[in-house]
Design a protein around this ligand. Structure first.
Ligand code: ZN
Length: 235
């Protein structure tokens, strides 16, 4: 089954255009203190472009050489992040690293299979409504163990409950497949991102209002653990 992402919409193209103007050779970074005002000046498309820029730096081996103690000092008085990322707990997928973001830049919500439950929704509502992020990104990844576990109907303790959430993303009529079918695993991973985005829209009136009024962008993406690339999608 082909996953019907509405890929490459105008808004992501605009973010990509913003991103394309950025150098990837920067290696040193003097951290400016971010304020509510500087956060407000960042548009949603700029926020996505900042994530894209970071991933390009990471892939090129040109991640910013950060002065971490200086970033601690610069962010001690408050946080004004531009994005919230929902991603998997997989040890190979730390979003701050693969998107080359510093302290105070992103909220990172990590949970096996990047599923969305009420606690994740609560965290995102805080990030968007209170802390003012401009984009929420749900980012799945290739070769995801949680996706494979859902496909193989693994049952173990509390994991069973979590995997049930991922099973909702498995296309109906697709019984019989196992995680040995690599193409199917990636299809379910993509569908699972889309399902989590749907959950965010449908189960949080607060986030839906912010998204519908264009104060907040909701985007999806997939991290390729073979290449280090994050490809962004739109709802
Ligand atoms: Zn995973």
């Amino acid at each position: 089954m082909k996953i019907a992402f509405h890929a490459s919409p105008i808004m992501l193209a605009a973010a990509l255009a913003l991103s394309a103007g950025c150098t990837i050779t920067q290696t040193q970074h003097a951290r400016a203190v971010r304020t509510k005002q500087t956060q407000s000046s960042i548009t949603s498309e700029r926020a996505v472009a900042m994530l894209m820029d970071g991933n390009r730096r990471f892939m090129a081996g040109h991640s910013i050489r950060r002065d971490w103690p200086a970033e601690v000092h610069a962010t001690a008085d408050g946080q004004y992040p531009h994005a919230a990322i929902v991603s998997c707990m997989d040890s190979r997928t730390p979003m701050e690293v693969v998107l080359d973001q510093g302290l105070g830049d992103i909220f990172s919500v990590r949970i096996a299979g990047n599923v969305v439950d009420e606690d994740v929704l609560a965290s995102l509502e805080y990030a968007a409504k209170v802390a003012g992020v401009k984009v929420i990104a749900v980012i799945g990844h290739s070769h995801c163990g949680a996706i494979k576990g859902a496909i193989d109907d693994v049952r173990m303790g509390n994991l069973s409950t979590l995997l049930e959430k991922i099973k909702q993303a498995i296309p109906s009529g697709q019984g019989g497949q196992t995680s040995k079918d690599a193409k199917f695993v990636e299809e379910v991973a993509a569908a699972n991102v889309r399902h989590s985005m749907k959950e965010i829209r449908e189960k949080s009136p607060i986030l839906k209002q912010l998204i519908d009024s264009h104060e907040l962008w909701l985007v999806g993406g997939m991290y390729d653990i073979d290449s280090g690339r994050v490809e962004f999608y739109a709802p």
